[in-house]
Ligand binder design. Sequence first.
Ligand code: MEV
Length: 317
Amino acid sequence: MKDKATGKSYAKIIWFGEHSVVYEKPAIAIPIYSVDVVATIQRIPTGQQIHCRYFDGPISEMAENLRGVKTLITHLVSLFGAQRLAFDLDIQSKLPAERGMGSSAATAIAIVRAFFDFFEVNLTRSQLLKLADIEEKITHGNPSGLDSATASSNMPIWFIRNKINEQIDFNLPTSSLVIADSGIKGKTSEAVSLVHDNLVDEPESSQPLIDELGKIAETARNALATTDDVLLGKLMTQSQRDLAQLGVSNHTLDTFCQVACDNHALGAKLTGSGLGGCVIALAKNQRDAQQISTALRKAGATQTWIQSFKNYQFSTG
Ligand code: MEV
């Protein structure tokens, strides 16, 4: 056992396939390196069994909305038979919560990694995702697993629930995604329930949208293989229309997408569960990315980030 250990994870952005991924359609998602979570565990001589600095108190006093994280920590403590030890757990997160960037999954992944590092035990990827799921099931109800899969990856991924979780290579060296936070909170569990209810109440109008979102993800994968950024942009805008019809967009997100497209974006859409959160826009080059980012801030975005694809360590390209 170490005296101190850390675990790290990333924010995730769903490029294609949010919501339809819950119904086993494919999705493409990417980790955002500049927006990370770092969990640090340190032995302390005495005191609370686990004092969580991030939440500013002992875990027994964690708020109800953090029940998932609390349950995960409790599970890890008993997994390692560490009930008699005293720790300080510090979590530094650059992710805004409830903005579709996978804050809860990234927090869970960082905590699991920190615990395994602390107890010097090897952690397999499937073990990591299973453990993160303990938290995600409590926080989100019926998670597809995409958030944890992306938060724990260094590379963009192609994902089908319970079937495929693989890295994808593509070659878009000058392009980037601009991410803009609306500052509006959107609860994943509410958005997922809304889509579920629409599917039950109005299957004739909702099911084709889910099917189309899945097809868009497949087409996008081909467009990545042929480096067709114009098509990728169009597919993003088409996704946004479908997601809006499913009822998970709002006026601010629609406006941000329009502002991005008016400022040279090849396409734009909401990302994650919607009802708030972030919009992503595809920029052909760095100059366009800066212009889109500035325009979105002027339109009211509380934060923007630019993720360039050249930063990923693709094996090709
Ligand atoms: C949430 O980040 C993404 C959703 O597709 C839900 C999920 O995949 O579990 C809306």
